[in-house]
Design a protein around this ligand. Structure first.
Ligand code: MGD
Ligand code: MGD
Ligand code: SF4
Ligand code: MO
Length: 882
């Protein structure tokens, strides 16, 4: 069969893929022609084929826990929303949507809420992600415009990465940047409190105090006062005097005091910025997710505006988007304070234009509730009906326990998802089965404003339906005209036409040139960067603002004074450490899809807290033991990862683990949910916490062919896929009366159908049990008083090995004496290469990342692990030297 061109459902880099359905599955490869990735993929993209199975999928509508037909489910949703609106008004209902919807899905959801229900209560998980960037852009440019393109990262001589762990979160873009640096030499500066893999690859790492970015960039602006592009500033901007005055009050000394960075380190950065024409500043969640997020953004934009370094090849500020369609969501206005097509809610002319275009009874004129406030309103009983689409707020919103309580209290909760069981769907009255990636059609827009098609290459399974269809069916059942779309192409045409309506160069987003695509042209659409006006006067510009032309009334940009402010809550005696949260390389958000791929679980298989050795000593925490992390809002229990890369005084916990995969590791249950006053984006990277050892008396590790059923009586558990089955970490605060009974219950071993071997070392307090059915290992459990030292990859390999009597004993012994080499913890997820294999290659003489790649293939595909490989080479050298 022919390969079908589509795009990746994960990050905002928006890589193009080729999907080739085969008899035994689907083959996924990078699309060599796609201008985002030119054929490259990262570990998550490369593992997509392993996430497509239908197990755990939601395939039928469910109402009050029972399977129902689509008609019954849709009628109930439409009737309940209509009743709530009739009884309590349009603001008594809300949609909470996602940057993972396709543009067409998003467009109809926004149209229904703002144009027909008549409320602006539609907000998105983009509030947790891009809101501060949107606010910063609109305050400075008069529009939510990302001026540059990916190519700029390759053309720049200085790339500043602020609060962006690009190596793990935008891996293909990072690989493009590193390749360009190798080719033509460029300097990379990373600004992040942690020494991330990105920071390690940088030429300079500024490990600033958490939350101090405004001061750092105010100091830079002050330094740049003598390097301004005076012509650009005079012709195209306003506000530089006030911004510079505020920056002068900070200065180098203030920046050094606030960031905790030595003045000479800062000065080195400031001078290289001042001396380099081609500078790109890339920023992400270390900037946006803060109560000072919008000001951080403007502090960065100020520096580029003052020097006129914007919209030119290799120069500009660059907000990278997280989700595959964060940008598309902003285009259709899917946030509570925006209208469709980059129009403004506050602008009566825009509202009139929209109402005329939609022929709708109304258009919302007041901003709706932003995500965090929306869930507070739900908790207070102010929302009668809520519809959640393509997001998992019980895990990803701050104050997660309060979110649970709010969802329980809400009279009517609808969830559209692709997965049957999530922490959010457990609160739903109605569950609607959405078509997943690979089954649905539409468009997404990536970080560089490039619109790409997602195409179906699989049939719709069960009764799953695309999100746009679900929304339009409900709209029609509510009696609204304007939702009779035969398919996504027709929705896209309407969206494109709206962006051009009454535009005439007054709005940045103009897709007029795509408004009359027929179905065949839509089907064949190749990646295209906007703007795409109907009649381009000059050859379409790839970048914005090199010659001004901002979207404020006077067409000038604004520099804003950004006085420094501290985060909402600082560490104190009771909560002495600052909790930072974020992502790991191989998982996507709440793991509903990436957790299906065994190789993605092999990199980091457990929730953890990264702690600096000094803090670990101070709080009595030994490596690999369990730690309780406590805040004013809640507590979680996770594994200690003691590491020099962490900043003393701060700890880091990944955002990914949910109640589906661990006993108690939802990090958002610790976060209070203070928001930026301008953007409404919550402070997700700065929560005061306390840590202490979790009192457990035994630790366990199990592998099992069947999905284990961990028990609430355990102090801790974490579950992950493994080749041929599952792996489970566990721990308890009291020894069970009967280890065999615990083992049988955990791993579903039925007496009589399995041969169980047990081994006990009373002196060491160790227990080992293994169950076999003939040549097959069903499950094995290793228990010790401290963290279990059995090699995980070896144990996992036993699940698919053939076993005879002798090897039964080897399994119990917990080591492979049968010639099966132990690969160690996985480093390269693309080519499945472990730590031990890399160490062996280094000992055999491979002394560079390239040599290791030649010997083991590690790092030869997406390259995301190359920094880790480099670190291993250094470590081996050190240990050889020592
Ligand atoms: N593997 C993977 N990739 C992803 C995702 C995923 O789930 N997994 N999700 C996607 C999404 S939706 C998003 S939004 C992006 C996010 O991409 P990133 O923003 O790069 O990722 P994060 O890990 O959330 O945070 C980035 C960094 O901000 C740092 N930071 C914390 N506080 C501060 C501070 O005060 N100042 C500065 N300068 N830095 C700080 C953190 O230490 C962290 O290293 O990733 C996208 N890509
Ligand atoms: N502490 C902390 N919290 C954070 C962050 C952080 O850095 N730290 N980051 C924040 C950010 S930037 C983001 S973007 C959010 C992400 O947080 P979420 O959006 O909550 O995370 P996901 O796991 O991506 O949730 C997507 C859901 O949609 C479902 N889904 C997948 N495809 C489809 C589809 O086609 N249709 C439908 N209807 N459903 C689908 C998935 O199964 C899943 O349940 O988390 C935020 N929360
Ligand atoms: S970098 Fe990776 S996750 Fe992001 S779009 Fe490309 S393949 Fe997908
Ligand atoms: Mo995000």
């Amino acid at each position: 069969m022919k390969a079908i061109g589509t795009s990746c459902p994960y990050c905002g880099v928006g890589c193009g893929l080729l999907a080739k359905p085969r008899r035994d599955g689907v083959e996924i490869a990078g699309d060599p022609e796609h201008p985002a990735n030119f054929g490259r993929l990262c570990s998550k993209g490369a593992a997509l084929a392993e996430t497509l199975s239908l197990d755990e999928r939601l395939l039928r509508p469910v109402s009050d826990g029972r399977r129902v037909s689509w008609d019954v489910a849709l009628d109930r949703v439409a009737a309940t929303f209509a009743e709530a609106i009739a009884a309590h008004g349009p603001d008594s209902v809300a949609f909470y949507v996602s940057g993972q919807l396709l543009t067409e899905d998003y467009y109809v959801a926004n149209k229904l809420m703002k144009g027909f229900i008549g409320s602006a209560n539609i907000d998105s998980n983009s509030r947790l992600c891009m809101a501060s960037a949107v606010t910063g852009h609109r305050r400075a440019f008069g529009s939510d415009t990302v001026p540059g393109t990916y190519e700029d990262l390759e053309l720049a001589d200085l790339v500043v990465l602020v609060g962006a762990n690009l190596a793990w979160c935008h891996p293909v873009l990072f690989q493009r940047l590193l390749a360009a640096r190798r080719r033509r030499g460029a300097r990379i500066v990373a600004i992040d409190p942690r020494r991330t893999v990105t920071a390690e690859a940088a030429d300079l790492h500024l490990a600033l105090a958490p939350g101090s970015d405004v001061a750092l960039f105010a100091g830079l602006l002050d330094h740049l006062a003598g390097h301004a592009d005076t012509a650009y500033v005079a012709r195209h901007t306003r506000g530089s005097e006030d911004a510079l005055a505020a920056a002068r009050a900070v200065g180098l000394a203030g920046a050094s005091a606030e960031t905790g960075l030595p003045a000479d380190e800062l000065a080195e950065f400031y001078e290289s910025f001042a001396a380099t024409e081609r500078v790109v500043t890339v920023f992400s969640q270390g900037v946006n997710q803060a109560t000072t997020g919008a000001d951080k953004v403007n502090a960065i934009l100020n520096c580029h505006l003052l020097t006129g370094r914007i919209g030119r090849p290799g120069a500009g500020p660059f907000s990278v988007t997280g989700q595959p369609n964060a940008m598309g969501g902003r285009e259709v206005g899917g946030l509570a304070n925006m209208l469709a097509a980059h129009m403004c809610l506050e602008d009566a002319g825009h509202r009139r234009l929209l109402q005329d275009f939609w022929q709708s009874p109304t258009v919302a004129s007041r901003p709706g509730l932003k995500a965090v406030d929306l869930f507070r309103a739900i908790g207070d009983g102010r929302i009668e009906a809520l519809w959640i689409m393509a997001t998992n707020p019980a895990d990803s919103l701050p104050d997660a326990h309060a979110v649970d309580a709010a969802l329980e209290r809400c009279p009517f909760v609808v969830v559209s998802d692709v997965v049957r069981h999530t922490d959010t769907s457990r609160h739903a009255d109605v569950l609607l089965p959405a078509a997943a990636w690979g089954e649905k059609d539409g468009t997404v827009t990536n970080s560089e404003r490039r619109i790409s098609r997602q195409r179906a290459f699989l049939p719709l399974p069960g009764e799953a339906r695309p999100d746009w269809w679900i929304v339009t069916e409900v709209a029609r059942r509510m009696g609204f005209p304007g939702f009779d779309f035969p398919g996504p192409a027709a929705i896209f045409r309407e969206h494109a036409a709206l962006t051009a309506a009454g535009n005439a160069g007054t709005r940045d987003l103009d897709l007029g040139g795509l408004a009359s695509l027929d179905d065949a042209a839509y089907e064949a659409l190749t990646p295209v960067q906007w703007p795409v006006p109907a009649a381009p006067v000059v050859p379409a510009e790839k970048r914005f603002f090199a010659a001004g032309g901002f979207f404020t009334r006077d067409r000038r940009a604004r520099l804003l004074p950004t006085p420094t402010r501290r985060p909402a809550k600082l560490a104190d005696d009771e909560f002495p450490l600052v909790l930072n949260t974020g992502r790991i390389r191989d998982q996507w958000h709440t793991m509903t899809r990436t957790a299906k791929a065994a190789r993605l679980a092999a990199h980091l298989a457990e929730p953890f807290v990264e702690i600096h050795p000094r803090d670990a000593r101070r709080f009595g925490i030994r490596p690999a033991t369990l730690v309780r992390v406590q805040s004013t809002r809640g507590a979680i229990v996770v594994r200690a990862l003691v590491s020099e890369r962490q900043r003393p005084g701060s700890v880091f916990v990944p955002m990914h683990w949910t109640d589906r995969f661990s006993s108690n590791a939802r990090v958002d249950s610790l976060i209070a949910g203070a928001v930026d006053p301008h953007s409404g984006q919550p402070e997700l990277k700065h929560t005061p916490v306390a840590i202490r050892p979790e009192p457990v008396v035994w630790y366990g590790f199990a592998v099992s062919a069947r999905r284990p059923a961990p028990d609430a009586a355990l102090s801790y558990w974490a579950l992950a896929r493994a080749a041929g089955g599952w792996r489970l970490e566990l721990a308890g605060d009291a020894a069970p009366a009967d280890w065999s009974a615990l083992f049988a219950k955990l791993c579903g071993i039925r007496t009589g159908s399995a041969e169980v071997h047990a081994y006990r070392d009373v002196q060491r307090g160790a227990h080992r049990l293994a169950a076999f059915a003939g040549h097959r290992l069903l499950a094995a459990l290793y228990v010790a008083p401290g963290p279990v030292s059995v090699s995980r990859s070896w144990a996992v390999a036993q699940l698919v090995a053939r076993h005879d009597q002798e090897r039964h004993l080897a399994v119990l012994a917990g080591h492979g004496d049968s010639g099966m080499p132990d690969a160690g913890a996985l480093v390269c997820a693309c080519c499945i290469v472990g730590v031990r294999q890399i160490e062996a290659a280094v000992l055999a003489g491979a002394d560079s990342v390239e040599a290791v790649a030649a010997a083991t293939r590690a790092g030869s595909n997406c390259g995301s692990c190359r920094t880790e490989v480099g670190r291993l080479i250094d470590a081996c050298r050190l240990s050889k030297a020592g």
